[in-house]
Ligand binder design. Structure first.
Ligand code: 13P
Length: 249
């Protein structure tokens, strides 16, 4: 049985003060949460998050990683630097990185490789735009995004990774994918990976992301191939995030 994982992606939100309050709230409410829980923080708050989550079951990580390990890459943060802060996860290929910062499939694959090289668990984001869904190419897009990583790292690399299906049209819009729409794509992802390695596919946590909230989380997570959520807006409010975590079983 795959464990449910609920991961918060804080994006570029918060302050030292608000993050302290948020983590205090989440920690206080974890008593009845059975899911694995993690938060992905802005780089500059990782030291605070590390301190505040010491001794807690809540995992944490970053939202991006440099493809390279060190050198003249102004503004970048590398895997060895992230390791200084002890986190487990790093998001790679979020649609905002792809669309706003021109990150191509090949860049995402290199970031995935960098995460693995430094013992971090990549949360690989895939998903189609509204235009792509309407023109019927959702599966082609998701397959292309997965293939870039599999070509570079091999399918076995997914054994130590998480995939997040995040339809771009559902992110921050309140337009959640229906449980059936999401399940269809999750089953496609698992099936595609199973064709290469059935064991890897069976163990892979595939999260849904895109306007997941406490009131729609249980139905989404109850789908056969949805193993949790990657949460944006609702991860910034302790009670909302905990509501989703509790919906995870
Ligand atoms: P929202 O939950 O705000 O739609 O964001 C989802 C997301 O992009 C998580 O990575």
């Amino acid at each position: 049985m795959r464990q449910v994982l609920v991961a918060g992606n804080w994006k570029m939100n918060g302050s030292r003060e608000s993050i302290k309050g948020l983590l205090d709230g989440i920690k206080a409410g974890m008593g009845d949460v059975k899911a694995q829980v993690a938060v992905c923080a802005p780089y500059v708050y990782l030291a605070d998050v590390q301190t505040q989550l010491a001794g807690s079951s809540i995992g944490y990580g970053a939202q991006d990683i440099a493809t390279e390990d060190a050198g003249a890459y102004t503004g970048e943060v590398s895997g060895p630097m992230l390791n200084d802060f002890g986190g487990k996860y790093v998001i790679v290929g979020h649609s905002e990185r792809r669309s706003l910062y021109g990150e191509a499939d090949a860049d995402t694959a290199k970031k995935f490789a960098a995460a693995r090289r430094h013992g971090l668990t990549p949360i690989l984001c895939v998903g189609e735009s509204l235009e792509e869904r309407q023109s019927g190419v959702t599966e082609d897009v998701v397959a292309r995004q997965l293939d870039a990583v599999i070509a570079l790292e091999g399918v076995a690399a997914l054994a130590n990774a998480v995939v997040a299906y995040e339809p771009v049209w559902a992110i921050g819009t309140g337009m959640t994918a229906s449980p059936e729409q999401a399940q269809d794509v999750h089953a496609f992802i698992r099936g595609k990976i199973a064709a290469l390695d059935a064991g890897v596919a069976e163990g892979l946590q595939i999260l849904y992301g895109g306007s997941m909230k406490p009131d729609n989380a249980a139905e989404l997570i109850s789908q056969a191939d949805i193993d949790g959520g990657l949460i944006g807006g609702a991860s910034l409010v302790a009670e909302d995030f905990l509501g989703i975590c509790r919906a995870g079983g």
